[in-house]
Design a protein around this ligand. Sequence first.
Ligand code: FAS
Ligand code: PHB
Length: 391
Amino acid sequence: MKTQVAIIGGGPAGLLLSHILHRHGVDSVVLEKNSRAHVLSRIRAGVLEQTTVDVLRQNGLGTRMDRQGHAHDGMKIVWAGRESFFIDVKKHVNKRFMAYGQTSIQEDLFDAADRRNAKVLSEVEDVQLVDVATDHPCVTFRHNGESVHLDCDYIAGCDGFHGVSRKAIPANVLRVFEKEYPFGWLGILSETPPLPDIIYANHPRGFALASMRSPTLSRYYVQAPLDTKIEDWSDDRFWSELKARYPKELADAIVTGPSIEKSIAPLRSFVCEPMRHGQLFLAGDAAHIVPPTGAKGLNLAVSDVFYLSRALAAFYSHGSTTLLDGYSEMALRRVWSSVRTSWYLTNLLHRFPQASDFDQRTQEFELDYLKSSHHAQAALAEQYAGLAFEQ
Ligand code: FAS
Ligand code: PHB
């Protein structure tokens, strides 16, 4: 087999890259190790930055999002049972963000791939990257019991944190920056009407978050210890703990119901540099992970794909490698900005088991300052809404 760009991973990064490359006349093959049903079963991100919304609309992927998504002017923060305050993103930076689930985006991407008869191979096995630092890289894998050799010009590693692409960068070249947080998020999905706003809560019992997927689908999270077992958390226990972390008038407004999904995600930050080695380019979770507090993970995958697809299109349309050569540094500037924002919000809103009284006091005064200063709120609004792409 031969293609121009071999894409490893059929999550949001891989499918979006394949879609945009096709619109620029660039051929690709997507290799996904799981079944389509498994990929669609994963419940993940829910908040889209303005730049992500723009990329989806500009590439013909915004129709259902504009119909079913919910645009927000900002989000609320409440702590220790006090009055909540609203970070008015629209007022501060004239941007909005969209509540539209990653699962819906994945469905839209698969539909678009089917419409263009895209070469998306599911349930591939034993993917290996060969000669990535030469001008004749290739990918070998097994599919439907057959061994396949895929020649290509470039390889896009879109295979997530546990993928194989990052491992193709030599250890003496790769630099890794990571931070583990001492807690996770226990999240549920329920077919109940959500609260009208996205509301972050910092409470002595721990962090909580109220979000949504649609007017009839709610998404909630509570901070939980790393050794939390799902089987120890009945729906009743979850709802009671969630309500305990919000002020009474908000807790009373939460409509409870049976969970249709329940999962725990550890919170970590991880960045690898560089995001390129030879003809291999990493995009999305293959290169970086952020704690979900800032709703940045999926949005970073989209920004990597925006930069990488623009660079590949420039090469195939007029032979320029300038954007390809600058991809890693450009993508990492936006990655580190989002890593920092996610780190700031995680420290601001969670209760750290080992926190000293000093740590606790400084956290409370940071919240007081954020509540009272429109400068501080403007800075957070700018970062939460997402920075503009570099030209
Ligand atoms: P993905 O991990 O989504 O996709 C990688 C794909 O590569 C997968 O389909 C995988 O099967 C495939 N793959 C792996 N190894 C392979 C191999 N060897 N060969 C072929 N294919 C291979 N982000 C937010 O913004 N907000 C959230 O609330 C949020 N919640 C999350 C909850 C969880 C449990 C997780 C894990 C992530 C969450 N994220 C959240 C982040 C998430 O949305 C990611 O940022 C997003 O999925 C990144 O997309 P991809 O880079 O495509 O990686
Ligand atoms: C979500 O809806 O899943 C969500 C919203 C905001 C976040 C993280 C996750 O910061």
